[in-house]
Structure formats: structure tokens, C-alpha cells
Ligand binder design. Structure first.
Ligand code: FES
Length: 146
């Protein structure tokens, strides 16, 4: 019997907005898929292209950055930089034959608990449609060969 693919998704969340929204979603008892692993960052501007690529190299099926609303970053342009980095990684993924839809950038406020849950569902559904990270499959194959 074939089991349904359960993606592993990393979410880099700014502590001022998305992380707080995740907390709010929790206190509102909103359910969202357990596929999301939240990593709190002081600002999305701290997330580097290398962190994003490393996540895929380590087998993440999907990755997203969730930062403050545009114009509301506590460090002024961190979320704008993060968006550019996501776009850069999308291009890199496409260049190596991976679906660029595996990575996204979202903006939300700390009051948007329901939106946080929605994004988590949206990403999980999208990645389920795209399928497993091909790099993860290769890593597993290499491990099996040893
Ligand atoms: Fe939230 Fe910069 S402080 S994205």
C-alpha cells in the first residue's frame, strides 16, 4: 500500500510578525498541517540565499520566508531583501531543473493568525502537488548504496 507523500517544509518566520502570527494561530486553536517546521529569525533580512539553498540540499521539499508587511519591517528593508533572495533562489532552482514554486515569500502582520494557518495549508498542498525534493531522493539513494 502506497502512503501519501508528506512534505517537509521549512518556514523562516520573522519574530515580530509571522512567528507571532503562528503563536496567535496556536492560541486561536487554528489547525494547520504538521508538515511545517518554523524557524524563528530576528528579521527575514537575516535569511541568506545560502540558508535557503542549504535547506533544499538537506532535503526540504519546500521552503518559505514569512516577514512583516511591506513598509513595516523593523529593520526597514529586511523583508524586501528577503523577497529578492527568494526570487534569486527561484531562478537557481529553475536553472537546475527544480520547480521554482518550491519556495515562496509571504508578508503578514502579527495579528494575522488565520492567514498564517492558511499559508501553511497552501504551501503544504502546493508541495504535495509538486512532489518530493529530487535532491532528497538522491541523498537517500547514496545512503542506501553505502
Ligand atoms: Fe520582520 Fe524585518 S523585522 S521582516
Amino acid at each position: 500500500m502506497k502512503t501519501e507523500f508528506e512534505p517537509e517544509i521549512l518556514a523562516f518566520c520573522c519574530k515580530y510578525c509571522a512567528y507571532a502570527a503562528a503563536d496567535l494561530a496556536g492560541s486561536m486553536r487554528l489547525s494547520y498541517p504538521a508538515n511545517i517546521r518554523v524557524i524563528q529569525v530576528p528579521c527575514t533580512g537575516r535569511v541568506d540565499v545560502l540558508h535557503l539553498l542549504k535547506a533544499f540540499e538537506n532535503g526540504a521539499d519546500g521552503v518559505y520566508i514569512a516577514g512583516c508587511l511591506e513598509g513595516e519591517c523593523h529593520f526597514l528593508q529586511g523583508n524586501l531583501r528577503a523577497r529578492k533572495r527568494v526570487e534569486q533562489v527561484q531562478k537557481t532552482l529553475a536553472a537546475i531543473g527544480m520547480n521554482p514554486e518550491r519556495i515562496h515569500m509571504y508578508n503578514l502582520s502579527s495579528a494575522m493568525g488565520p492567514r498564517f494557518a492558511e499559508i501553511a495549508k497552501e504551501m503544504t498542498e502546493n508541495i504535495k502537488k509538486i512532489g518530493p525534493n529530487p535532491i532528497k531522493y538522491r541523498i537517500k539513494q547514496k545512503g542506501d548504496e553505502r
